[in-house]
Design a protein around this ligand. Structure first.
Ligand SMILES: [Zn+2]
Length: 374
């Protein structure tokens, strides 16, 4: 949509430049200036929106950057945990290995002793018995054999118990490790999604930024063209004429209410702070509007902002403008006298209700009509 609008503007721009070779009479230069100013204000408002969009996309990119960094930190932290867990697993495996060796040794000891005892059989037992000097000695000898065997067996059981414990720890560690790896994969996927998202937003931002650049170029061209036309209008106005009118005639006889004075205000339709370039006089629809002074009509026609409007050149660089009329009673080129009816008031163009918007321009600059003009 944005693209379509800017292409339309490019077309308008090219079209308007395409006709620049023509020389204008005063009134057609004024029409041209009004058109250029309309286009300029359209470009400005598009540029305003474009810059807002660009800023919000920039913020989104930064926001995604933060999230990507957070994902990377999470991945780093998980990598640390995975490495630490891997160390613990390696350690547990080494311990298990060592324990298994010890158990083999102990098992051999035990088997060896059992084998010896078995091989000696009852003879061994009788030897012990016969070798004993007394019943007490015999009991002592038997007890010694038994204790050695018990001690071997107990040691073996301890080793087995320790092995079971470490094996359980190892299983827990492996379990933890697979959870950590799964979490890491999830974080990596999240980071990838965020990165893709960020790159899409960055593409969009680049598009908007280049569109804004084009709008800025257009703004400059329109400004230059507007200045050129203003100079042209001034040149055509100021040839040998001087303003002789003195204080002007009130342009809406019978209506005294000023609903909005000249100066900076929040625009009632655009909702942005803008110079109100004239005074609004609360004339009901159909009120007769008169020329504030004698002069030549340089524009009588339609403008998107001013609606049905009239501009009168009074000489000496003084121009008055009457906007939002319901109907026009004069045409460009007409010579009008002070107080002559020129239009009926209304609410055409950018207007919130019936009124006369009255402007005084001196050498192309807006001045406050209430500063001694009316
Ligand atoms: Zn106004």
């Amino acid at each position: 949509m944005r693209k379509v609008i800017s292409y339309t503007l490019v077309f308008v721009l090219v079209f308007s430049f395409g006709t620049l070779g023509l020389t204008y009479a005063g009134s057609s230069a004024q029409n041209k200036l009004d058109d250029v100013n309309d286009q300029l204000s359209s470009v400005k408002s598009q540029l305003h929106e474009g810059k807002k969009l660009e800023n919000s996309l920039n913020k989104e990119i930064q926001n995604l950057e933060g999230k990507i960094n957070a994902s990377q930190a999470e991945i780093d932290s998980l990598n640390g945990n995975i490495a630490a867990t891997q160390n613990k697993i390696t350690e547990a495996l080494a311990q298990l290995d060592q324990l298994e060796k010890n158990m083999d040794v102990q098992n051999n000891n035990l088997n060896g002793r059992l084998r010896t005892m078995y091989k000696n059989g009852s003879a061994g037992f009788i030897d012990v018995l016969l070798g004993s000097t007394s019943v007490t000695d015999l009991m002592t000898n038997l007890d010694r054999v038994q204790r050695i065997y018990d001690s071997d067996k107990q040691l073996m059981e301890q080793l087995q118990e320790e092995h079971n414990l470490i094996d359980a720890q190892k299983k827990n560690l492996l379990n933890l490790q697979s959870q950590l790896v799964a979490s890491k994969e999830e974080a990596a996927q999240k980071k990838e999604d965020l990165t893709e998202n960020q790159s899409a937003v960055a593409d969009k931002k680049a598009q908007v930024a280049s569109n804004n650049d084009a709008l800025e170029d257009m703004e400059q061209s329109f400004l230059a063209e507007a200045n050129r036309l203003k100079a042209e209008i001034l040149a055509s106005q100021s040839t040998g004429t001087t303003y002789k009118g003195g204080t002007m005639q009130w342009p809406a006889p019978g209506v005294t209410k000023i609903t909005s004075p000249f100066g900076y205000r929040i625009h009632p339709i655009l909702k942005v702070k803008k110079l109100h370039t004239g005074v609004d006089i609360g004339a009901p629809s159909g009120t007769t509007i008169v020329a504030a002074n004698a002069g030549t009509v340089i524009k009588a026609g339609w403008n998107n902002s001013y609606g049905n409007m009239i501009m009168i050149d009074h000489g000496g660089g003084i121009v008055t403008l009457y906007a939002h009329n319901s109907s026009l009673l004069v045409k460009a080129g007409d010579v009008v006298s002070r107080g002559q009816a020129i239009s009926k008031s209304g609410s055409t163009g950018q207007s919130t209700g019936p009124h006369l918007h009255f402007e005084v321009r001196v050498n192309g600059n807006y001045v406050d009509p209430q500063s001694g003009w009316i």
